[in-house]
Design a protein around this ligand. Structure first.
Ligand code: 3PG
Length: 318
């Protein structure tokens, strides 16, 4: 019997936990869970004898991977791998996976929700404005970006997209106007919704030049990662543009300063909320549990094949 640990500092909905547990137990494994843990040490202690781990934004760094001596597979029930030390995983022969697309609609709904929230002055009773007819730029047209486009079109927004990895035809098919460069996107759109991953190319790439080029009453919406924002530049833009607003599902490091100086133009969820719906929890959690079973089956098949070829080799030895 192997131990599958569900380690979520931010707990999944009960139905998702039940579903994951059922899959794990039905496969003959032991199910363990750690939620709302206070320190990384607690996570490390729980991981020490785990064969498989399912996480969300929980940190699977080198220390965690090294302490989990029996670990064979780690699955991020969500998008990206930025919280898993892939080099350490490779070194220790740990398979790392994620569940792309499973929580995308939830994230997209939050992006639009935050836009409405700010357009209506955080529901403070003052007259706001509507999204209909406004320009929206989707920066990276992946799983989340597509849903944002679909919902925004329902609001009557004019939707543009920039993604060097997606064809113009694919965007046009969805009624999205493709643009050639990020510069063009920011220059064209009053709203920009970020869906880029955090990697060496994108970290701190959302900078002064891009944000200053946005049209009047610019709104940047970040449901991606805080690391993609150049925060010193962000602070400069806030100081120089009284019309600039920032909405984020990932609190920036400079949140105290933004809250103090620009409370009416800045909003961040206190804890990442994009994927925090029952549907997204069930989709990504169950996908993660199923992927562990599939990966385990693949390993078993590989073992059987290896054994068969070993047997053949031994036979031919005689
Ligand atoms: C993701 O990367 O899938 C989303 O940002 C959600 O992350 P979470 O599961 O930690 O809320």
């Amino acid at each position: 019997m192997k131990k599958v640990l569900l380690a979520t500092d931010k707990p999944f909905a009960k139905s998702a936990v039940e579903g994951i547990k059922n899959i794990v137990v039905a496969a003959g494994h032991e199910f363990a869970i750690i939620e709302k843990y206070k320190t990384q040490q607690e996570f490390m202690d729980a991981a020490a004898d785990a064969n498989a781990i399912i996480i969300r934004s929980d940190i699977a760094d080198k220390a965690l991977i090294e302490v989990a001596k029996k670990l064979e597979i780690i699955v991020r029930a969500g998008a990206g791998f930025d919280n898993i030390d892939l080099a350490a995983a490779t070194e220790h022969k740990v398979v790392a996976m994620n569940t792309p697309g499973q929580n995308s609609n939830a994230v997209a709904e939050l992006a639009l929700g935050m836009m409405v929230y700010m357009a209506r002055n955080t529901f403070n009773g003052n007259s706001g404005f509507e999204l209909r007819g406004k320009t929206l730029g989707i920066h990276a047209y992946g799983n989340v970006g597509k849903y944002v486009a679909e919902i925004a079109k329902g609001f009557g927004m004019k939707v543009y997209g920039f993604d060097p990895f997606v064809t113009k035809e694919a965007m046009l098919k969805d009624g999205v106007t493709p643009l050639e460069t990020a510069q063009e996107l920011y220059k064209t759109c009053q709203y920009v919704s970020l869906h880029i991953p955090a990697n060496a190319q994108t970290k701190q790439s959302i900078n002064y030049e891009l944000l200053m080029s946005m049209p009047k009453d610019a709104v940047l919406v970040n449901t991606a990662r805080k690391e993609v924002i150049h925060e010193e530049d962000l602070k400069k833009v806030f100081a120089e543009r009284a019309d600039f607003k920032y909405l984020s599902d990932v609190e920036p490091d400079c949140k105290a300063e933004l809250t103090e100086k620009y409370a009416a133009r800045y909003y961040a969820t206190p804890k990442k909320m994009g994927a925090q719906t029952e549907e997204a929890n069930v989709n990504s959690g169950l996908a993660a549990a199923n992927q562990i079973q599939i990966s385990e089956l693949r390993c078993q098949i590989t073992d059987i094949r290896t054994q068969m070829s070993e047997n053949r080799r031994h036979k031919s030895d005689f």
